[in-house]
Write a protein that binds this ligand. Structure first.
Ligand SMILES: Nc1ncnc2c1ncn2[C@@H]1O[C@H](COP(=O)(O)OP(=O)(O)OP(=O)(O)O)[C@@H](O)[C@H]1O
Ligand SMILES: CC(=O)N[C@H]1[C@@H]2OC[C@@H](O2)[C@@H](O)[C@@H]1O[C@H](C)C(=O)O
Length: 396
């Protein structure tokens, strides 16, 4: 029998190691920076033992943000730019990983794998694009061959395509991590991530009830977009702008009137739908052509709070519900106060109370999916396809 080549031999050796050191990468819809989580794993599936050794977010500079924004969530872009960015982001992410490892004094040779989400540039579930003959689709760029070659570390990437191939919408993938890391028998839990888009995983107390993981609607994306457009700021730090404005209830109702909120879950979305054009359409519908810009930010912040609380109230009317919040929106006091007020029967906590750093949660999730790709078994959770996700890129 011919011997396996060096890449495959290394792959088998890594897959069979009792303990693995893996890096998870996430670069989300907020485009604030690259989240890098260095984790130690043993086991797989619900038996996974996991430790977060180091975490950092390396902020993107304005130039890089603009480069990505040029092609992000837009129907028409330069194909040349997308092609250039695919290689460029891969190489850039590799440089950021090497920088983080240097800062942590970790030798890249000791890291077994990198699990890279890539940068989503377009998310197109069938419900959203509505084009006959085409199914669900999504596109993450930042090619992993560049990461593997530049870092010398086996890289697993492009997790969402397998989810779609097996019948999903390619997102949210959070449930695999949420169930592995956040379940507690006998307790009704929601793990709520407020990133650019808000999503949640409901883990019921009773094992016979189905786990549900779904996007809910906008998290920070509209608040950030309005801050960029009208205040020359990238976000509303500590809700300073929202707190100086007044919620416009007519506009709030118009925003909430979109059919997305009436569609059955699980469902996914993105800034392809929730953008400033969406807000202008809602203003048009109620003939509100002029609105004070601080009132607009307050209304968009209330929109995030209300769409999340409506979904939770409408779907999980269960006793003793605990909601563990993560993502940058957990630091938006206006949104968190709104949830606390609108959901008096639930307890609102932070994922840190589960021992999971809320900022690191999504990067940890991808590290965990990388671990599953190496040594796991397909898991049937909720309505999600039972498949192992990710593609392998070798360093040599
Ligand atoms: N102090 C703060 N006050 C208000 N908002 C904040 C604060 N800190 C962070 N945020 C919000 O969090 C955002 C970043 O969130 P996060 O890093 O979770 O996004 P992401 O990973 O891109 O999201 P996604 O889950 O959609 O991929 C910022 O753009 C901002 O809107
Ligand atoms: C296509 C895509 O990148 N979706 C992201 C985005 O950000 C939040 C929400 O929309 C979620 O569906 C998903 O990310 C997380 C990590 C997920 O898959 O669970």
């Amino acid at each position: 029998m011919p011997a396996l080549n060096k890449n495959l031999q290394n792959l088998v050796t890594i897959a069979q190691k009792e303990e693995k050191l893996g890096i998870g990468l996430m670069s989300g819809t907020s485009l604030d920076g690259l989240d890098i989580a260095l984790c130690k794993f043993s086991g797989h599936g619900v038996e996974t033992k996991f430790e977060l050794l180091n975490f950092t977010t390396i902020p993107y500079d304005e130039k890089f943000k603009h480069e990505v924004q040029d092609v992000f969530a837009k129907k028409q872009v330069s194909l040349e730019k997308v092609t250039l960015l695919n290689a460029y982001i891969g190489t850039f992410h590799a440089e950021l990983i090497l920088q983080a490892l240097k800062d942590w004094d970790v030798n890249p040779g000791t890291v077994d794998f990198i699990a890279s989400h890539g940068q989503t540039i377009y998310h197109a579930p069938k419900r959203l694009h509505n084009q006959p003959g085409y199914g669900n689709a999504t596109l993450q760029i930042g090619d992993a061959d560049h990461i593997a070659v530049k870092t010398g570390i086996l890289t697993i990437s492009d997790f969402r395509q397998k989810h779609i191939a097996a019948g999903g919408e390619g997102a949210p993938l959070a449930l695999y991590g949420d169930v592995i890391l956040g379940s507690k028998p006998g307790e009704n839990r929601v793990l709520l991530n407020i990133g650019g888009i808000a999503n949640l995983t409901f883990i019921p107390a009773d094992a016979d009830t189905e786990v549900l993981c779904t996007d809910i609607g906008p998290g920070n994306t509209l608040i950030d977009a309005a801050c960029r457009e009208y205040f020359d700021r990238s976000y509303d730090e500590d809700s300073a702008i929202a707190n100086s404005g007044k919620v416009n209830d007519v506009l709030l109702d118009a925003l909430l009137d979109h059919p997305f909120f009436r569609e059955a879950a699980p469902k996914t979305t993105g800034p392809e739908l929730f953008n400033l054009e969406f807000v202008a359409d809602a203003q048009q519908a109620v003939r509100l052509f002029n609105i004070n810009k601080a009132d607009l930010v307050a209304t968009l912040s209330a929109f995030t709070g209300r769409s999340i609380s409506n979904f939770i109230k409408g779907n999980f009317d269960v006793p003793g519900l605990k909601i563990f919040v993560s993502g940058g929106g957990a630091r938006n006091p206006f949104v968190i106060d709104y949830l606390t007020y609108a959901l008096p029967n639930a307890t609102i906590l932070n994922t840190d109370e589960l021992g999971i750093n809320g900022d690191a949660k999504e990067a940890i999730l991808f590290a965990l999916l990388g671990n599953e790709a190496l040594c796991g078994e397909p898991m049937k959770i909720g309505y999600n396809p039972a498949v192992l996700m990710g593609k392998f890129s070798f360093p040599f």
